[in-house]
Design a protein around this ligand. Structure first.
Ligand SMILES: Nc1ncnc2c1ncn2[C@@H]1O[C@H](COP(=O)(O)OP(=O)(O)OP(=O)(O)O)[C@@H](O)[C@H]1O
Length: 363
């Protein structure tokens, strides 16, 4: 006689879809999200008609994206504005359903929204305030303790460590609306980490922060992640965050995956130019444009940006025509390569402006 095993409570149930390969902390396969956006038609008549027969446009936010994140890895998830980064993170956090494809995070299908999964990850969005605006952060932390069922002793210990690491002990009793953007982001991070998630999705955690706060957040994330082995997916427009924290990057553009590999390969793969640095024995010649684009430098040194394919010819020409004491050929900084790739030369200004507008809206 066989006895049916009692059914696991829906909450705790593991995903029922076909298990994906291996023990990756996160795996996305063919992840696709298409939004349907109501198309408003011009004119009164058309508007009235639209009440009866709605027309929609499709926005292909994420198209057939596949990648893996290993346990304990910190992955940079990069792309220009509107590339589909936030949508991907929302899918992985189970906030929205995909139009097609599969994903597995810690063995769960995110959009099945098992409570057991919710307790094991956190999503921090730099542009969204998740704490109670009018209450001290401490109150929001207490609420998180209740929601996530964190035992009191563990909660106190973690909170103690986090406030020290993020240097906000004196501020946790102050209403959140009185905090600076940098202080508020540190509180957001604390709230996100109080239940010790194994996976952390960070969407622009340093957006709009001043350089000092940016560095505090970076240092904190680095220390915390190294100690806890948390798996992190980080989106950021600040390449300094990315360079400080991640070794591997996935790049998406227009919803499609364009690169998945070491950060160092990005420069190799996408940089069309290199920089020749020269130290002249005499005067710096005034016809450097013939070799490429001269960059700022102090005599007797000079820097020229030169197309990669031209480097051997330009070097030979320079050495032939001038007395040169020292020469080196260097890659362009990652920040510049990414900015070119995304056509976002003023990404930092743009990000700061967006954060400011966001702050004004929520104030
Ligand atoms: N709820 C929605 N309804 C319709 N379209 C949406 C919705 N959310 C996002 N989109 C669109 O999907 C595309 C991808 O947006 P998403 O926010 O994922 O990009 P992103 O890479 O995070 O951009 P950013 O760096 O600017 O935050 C964009 O064209 C955006 O306008």
């Amino acid at each position: 006689m066989s006895v049916a095993a009692p059914e696991a409570p829906a909450d705790e149930a593991r995903p029922t879809s076909t298990p994906l390969r291996s023990e990756a902390a996160i795996e996305a396969r063919g992840l696709t999200k298409t939004y349907r956006v109501y198309r408003k038609r011009e004119g009164l008549l058309a508007g009235v008609g639209g009440l009866f027969r709605r027309e929609y446009n499709e926005v292909h936010a994420v198209r057939d994206v596949s990648f893996r994140v290993e346990p304990g890895e910190m992955l940079a998830f990069l792309g220009p504005n509107g590339a589909g980064k936030t949508t991907t993170l929302k899918l992985l956090a189970g906030l929205i359903h995909p139009s097609a494809g599969e994903a597995s995070v810690l063995g769960y299908t995110p959009w099945e929204r098992a409570n057991a999964y919710r307790r094991r990850f956190s999503l921090v969005m730099g542009q969204k305030n998740q704490l109670w605006w009018d209450l001290p952060a401490q109150e929001s932390f207490n609420l998180h303790r209740e929601i996530y069922n964190v035992p009191a002793a563990e909660f106190s210990k973690r909170l103690d460590e986090l406030v020290d690491l993020l240097k906000v002990r004196k501020l946790i009793g102050q209403p959140v609306r009185e905090l600076s953007l940098g202080e508020r982001m540190r509180m957001e991070l604390i709230a996100a980490l109080l239940h010790a998630p194994e996976v952390l999705f960070l969407d622009e955690p340093t957006i709009g922060l001043d350089v000092v706060s940016q560095r505090t957040v970076q240092t904190f994330l680095k220390t915390y992640q190294a100690e806890r082995g948390t798996t992190v997916v980080l989106t950021s427009h600040y390449m300094k965050d990315v360079e400080a924290l991640c070794e591997r990057a996935v790049i998406i553009d227009d919803g499609k995956l364009r690169h998945d590999g070491p950060l160092s390969e990005i420069v190799e793969r996408f940089s069309t130019h290199k920089i020749i640095e020269l130290s002249f024995a005499g005067e710096v010649p005034n016809d450097l444009e013939r070799y490429g684009t001269p960059l700022k430098a102090v005599a007797p040194r000079a820097r020229i940006e030169v197309a990669r394919a031209e480097i051997p010819r330009v070097l030979a020409d320079l050495l032939d025509r001038h007395r040169i004491e020292d020469v080196s050929v260097n890659d362009r900084p990652l920040e510049e390569v990414i900015a070119d790739l995304f056509g976002e030369h003023d990404a930092e200004d743009e990000a700061a402006e967006r954060a400011l507008a966001d702050r004004e809206l929520s104030a």
